[in-house]
Design a protein around this ligand. Structure first.
Ligand code: TAP
Length: 517
């Protein structure tokens, strides 16, 4: 068998806190990995009171890795209560900001020590290529924790000169305070990284959290919960509830004691969450939603770079990437050459077992998603787009899908408008050097997450950057995200930022104190 499964009780490592859980131990990727399969509430791993479980499937071979406890509404209530108690009366609210930072640095160090294990778990759970999981899924998660750990003792307010009530004098000061219990709901494409992008800012700001990972990929979140105990994060500060969106996710959005909800996922669910947040208790909300990001490639670009980045803009993490370029606009004069080169390079991509070091492209995350991609391609062909490459399931076990390239795509087609969230390159031509026309086409979408432009003309690049209606603009690069750079969309791609100093504001409230003396 690919691996063996054992149920075990794990005792903490020497010097660390004891961590006891029902979990799974596997021998995979030439290492031993182990992780919990229970809910994490109030510092303990516990079974759901519903008795329900989620079946976790390895997308490379369609086998069941394990079953994981599935949170009920009652479990959500317990976790929120634990988070509320921890916020109001626990250690977390009593320690200094600098101490809080030290705990988060320790957590990052533990993640580093368990990096190969976390990347392996992410790989078998989500189909992420192991080498990419090391660098991005886990590597960037660790960087994000360190970045926000450094912010803990630098969150400060202002002193404001206001009008005096003579003969007295007046002064206003602002204080940035944590909001309280925050809920986080994340998707399946970068399970640990989405958790980290949100939770690191949330905890650095001093909040407590109840987090629901995507039902299909909860394993790294559970391993993370184990590391939280080892790092000494006090009980109740972090609670992790694998479960379904319609039950556990909805209960979090509706909960009267949750004061902030951070969400990454589809625009459709984002809309629903926002109205639940408003109706329940007007909780603060930030939404990172879908995208259909335009990438514009001008004839004067460095073509080698444009081909390389153009491919990465679509195929990175098998297209399961929120900022993936959903449309490529290629200037007419270089269009055919660009297409010839991307087809040639795409045909060389090694599709296969994500744990093999030579693999460039792993399986899609789960079966329903693979089916959606196949339908998306059928629809493109029916509408008259030209299928240059791929468009089919790979003939092997697992949810493998061939990286795909469409050309002759016109703006009215379904595949030009809708997000695929998979490795499907959609190429359209543009002929005018008139920047207005191409900016209009690039902006002709309800999404506004990311965008890109390739050109050696700095004026053209900056004009594009100024006028494109997207939260992120890449110039002569793509996918270059960093913990220090704010990330988030415009229009129906949502609002609020992950990462950077701006992300802290999503998890803080500003109090203004006015003094007369
Ligand atoms: P969704 O279906 O929106 O699911 C996202 C999360 O919301 C999951 O944990 C889901 O639970 C939960 N959920 C579903 N219904 C809910 C409800 N009524 N109340 C509360 N939570 C609920 O998205 P997905 O299919 O997982 O992810 C793909 C989408 O995410 C794409 O559109 C992509 O663009 C977007 N995305 C955006 C970004 C950024 S940063 N903007 C990043 C990654 C992905 P289940 O586990 O039960 O589904």
């Amino acid at each position: 068998d690919f691996y063996t499964i054992a149920i075990l009780k794990t005792r903490g490592e020497s010097g660390a806190k004891d961590v006891v859980y029902d979990g799974v131990q596997l021998e995979v990727n030439k290492i031993k990995i182990k992780f919990p399969t229970q809910l994490f509430i109030n510092g303990e791993f516990v079974d759901s009171d519903s008795g329900k479980t989620l079946s976790i499937v390895n997308p490379s071979d369609e086998s069941e890795i394990c079953k994981v406890q599935c949170a009920s509404v009652n479990d959500v209530n317990k976790a929120v209560k634990a988070a509320k108690d921890a916020f109001e009366d626990g250690e977390w609210s009593k320690i200094s900001a600098r101490e809080r930072g030290q705990i988060l640095f320790k957590l990052a160090d533990l993640m580093e020590q368990h990096k190969g294990e976390l990347a392996t778990i992410e790989s078998i759970d989500s189909g992420a290529v192991y080498t990419l999981a090391m660098k991005t899924h886990v590597g960037m998660s660790i960087d994000t924790w360190r970045y926000f750990a450094g912010w803990c003792d630098k969150i400060q307010g202002t002193t404001i000169p206001i009008n005096h009530a003579r003969p007295n004098r007046n002064l206003s000061i602002t204080k940035k305070e944590p909001i309280g219990v925050c809920a986080l709901i994340t998707p399946w494409n970068y399970p640990l990284m989405m958790l980290s992008w949100k939770m690191a800012a949330c905890l650095a700001a001093g909040n407590t959290v109840v987090m629901k990972p995507a039902a299909v990929c909860p394993l790294t979140a559970l391993k993370f919960a184990e590391l939280c105990v080892r790092a000494g994060i006090p009980k109740g500060v972090v609670n992790i509830l694998p479960g379904s969106g319609t039950v556990a996710g909805q209960a979090l959005a509706d909960h009267p004691a949750v004061r902030k909800l951070g969400f990454t996922g589809s625009t459709e669910i984002g809309q629903k969450i926002m109205s639940s947040c408003a109706a329940s208790n007007m909780k603060k909300v930030s939404l990172e939603l879908g995208g259909k990001s335009p990438l514009v490639i001008f004839e004067d670009c460095d073509l080698d770079k444009a081909v390389r980045n153009g491919m990465a803009s679509v195929f990175f993490n098998k297209g399961e990437n929120c900022i993936a370029a959903g449309r490529l606009f290629v200037e007419e004069r270089i269009h055919d050459e660009f297409v010839r080169r991307v087809v040639a390079e795409t045909s060389k991509l090694v599709v296969g077992d994500p744990l093999n070091r030579g693999t460039a492209h792993g399986p899609q995350n789960h079966l329903a998603h693979l089916r959606k991609l196949l339908e998306f391609c059928e629809r493109g062909v029916k509408e008259g787009a030209r299928l240059e490459y791929g468009g089919t399931r790979v003939d092997r076990k697992g949810y493998f899908f061939t990286p795909t390239i469409f050309t002759d795509v016109t703006d009215d087609m379904f595949i030009a408008k809708e997000e695929s969230f998979g490795p499907i390159m959609i190429i359209s031509k543009f002929s005018s050097k008139n920047i207005d026309a191409i900016v209009r086409r690039a902006n002709n979408t309800e999404y506004g997450l990311a965008s890109g432009v390739f050109t050696k003309d700095i004026t053209r690049a900056l004009r594009f950057a100024e006028r494109v209606d997207a939260g992120t603009v890449f110039v002569n690069t793509y996918n270059k995200t960093d913990p220090a750079a704010p990330f988030g969309g415009f229009k129906q791609s949502g609002f609020g930022k992950d990462l950077g100093q701006e992300a802290l504001n999503e998890y803080l409230k500003i109090k203004c104190i006015t003094i007369e003396y």
